[in-house]
Design a protein around this ligand. Structure first.
Ligand code: NDP
Ligand code: MG
Length: 386
């Protein structure tokens, strides 16, 4: 039977690559969603004929409805409609490729509807990971990570049912575009410099997170939640070449790694084929030409966001929610050139100090906390402008 997928965030970097994989694998696309969508979203409707298309921006949705009136696609607008797309009965798998906490409620809706979750939206696991994993366990929903490092770990762990056999996970980190520079030089870097990633082409927010190393911090928390491990068992390691996507050290000393070309279509495809594999047209890794590979310790002084994320991970679930929400607002301000590079960790640190971080809370508590932190950080930004 043809597998059918729904994609939250189909116009983004992961969303577009997912549609390429869907085309290659002849998957049916049941629902697609975006925020404002634009011409690309209309093209996607015409190319993939989904049953449902959602734009969270109501005005954009009303406009789109007129433009695609000749299609059999139902067009809905508003954030609540994302939940409908996430739970659409026609889909087997839900790809969560929206950016930020906006993915949390739709991911839970997909889990409750029994979908396999191909999870790219890491912020969901950072702000409410234990809640999401408990929902997945209760509804027997499979969560297959799409984030390249977590897909690598997932692949290494095939056949290892006993989690106590994991000594530690080593998450590889490219170091981002400012790797090796002194703090004085990094301090002057603008968002336009930060979004030039050496090895991956990604959306704006994750590109900034990669430059600050907050991305690795978020990924540490993501791995802790996915595999129910304490902080000391999830370590970041700088690996500039992005060839080794992550490693797992086991209790007998064996270290398993997953290697491949840096191409997000590979982990996306695996989330669809797992537990099997399928032929792919992707460029294979050539070990004879890829050159030397190296590993080193990250620099937490030049990149304080990494240490802040580790601090939050140690404090508790609420602190992770605070970290994530503050970072989203700070990164948005940096992308608009309203603040400097090191204002991002400064704002996150201030928010972490202002909100209690212990415990996990309920979903409603986490959503309320997320809103309060955003409001507080917007307040800090307004103070700085005066
Ligand atoms: P992009 O910014 O490229 O795309 C985001 C998508 O989500 C777009 O379709 C956008 O719609 C939509 N969107 C944005 N904000 C909202 C919102 N508030 N409500 C509903 N829809 C929204 O992001 P990426 O594809 O780079 O990243 C997506 C997720 O995947 C992130 O969580 C990221 O951390 C993760 N990830 C990404 C990787 C990558 O290589 N890009 C690698 C690993 C993980 P519109 O176009 O209309 O704005
Ligand atoms: Mg990653």
């Amino acid at each position: 039977m043809t597998q059918s997928i729904s994609i939250l965030g189909s116009t983004g970097s992961i969303g577009r690559q997912t549609l390429e994989v869907a085309e290659e694998m002849h998957l049916r696309v049941a629902a697609i969603t975006a925020r404002t969508g634009g011409a690309r979203f209309e093209e996607q409707i015409r190319a993939f004929h989904p049953e449902l298309a959602v734009l969270t921006d109501e005005t954009a949705a009303a406009d789109l409805r007129v433009r695609v009136a000749d299609q059999n696609t139902k067009v809905l607008g508003g954030a609540e409609a994302l939940l409908e797309a996430a739970a659409l009965p026609a889909a087997d798998t839900l790809v969560t490729a929206v950016v930020g906490t906006a993915g949390l409620r739709p991911t839970i809706a997909g889990i409750r509807a029994g979908k396999r979750i191909a999870l790219a939206n890491k912020e969901t696991l950072v702000c409410a990971g234990r809640i999401v994993m408990a929902e997945a366990a209760a509804h027997r929903a499979e969560i297959v990570p799409v984030d390249s490092e977590h897909s690598a770990v997932f692949q290494c762990l095939q056949g290892i049912a006993d989690r106590s056999e994991i000594r530690r996970i080593l998450l590889t980190c490219s170091g981002g575009p400012f790797f090796g520079m002194p703090k004085s030089q990094i301090a002057g870097k603008k968002a336009s410099d930060a979004i030039k990633h050496p090895n991956w082409s990604m959306g704006a927010k994750i590109s900034v997170d990669s430059a600050t190393l907050m991305n690795k911090g978020l990924e540490i928390i993501e791995a802790m939640r996915l595999y129910d491990l304490p902080l000391e068992k999830v370590r970041p390691v700088i690996h500039r070449q992005s060839v080794v996507h992550s490693l797992v050290e086991l209790c007998d000393g064996a270290v398993l790694a997953q290697l491949g070309t840096p191409d997000m279509r590979l982990p996306i495809r695996y989330a669809f084929t797992w537990p099997k594999r399928g032929e792919s047209r992707a460029e294979p890794l050539d070990l004879f030409t890829c050159g030397a590979i190296s590993f080193s310790e990250p620099d937490r002084t030049a990149f304080p966001c990494l240490a802040l994320a580790e601090q939050a991970a140690e404090q508790g679930g609420r602190a992770c929610c605070v970290l994530n929400a503050a970072n989203e607002i700070a990164v948005a301000a940096y992308l608009e050139d309203r603040i400097g590079f090191y204002d991002i960790p400064a704002l996150v640190e201030r928010a972490l100090g202002a909100f209690p971080g212990a415990g996990d809370g309920t979903l409603d508590e986490i959503l309320a906390l997320d809103g309060s932190v955003r409001e507080a950080v917007r307040g800090y930004l307004a103070e700085d402008k005066r």
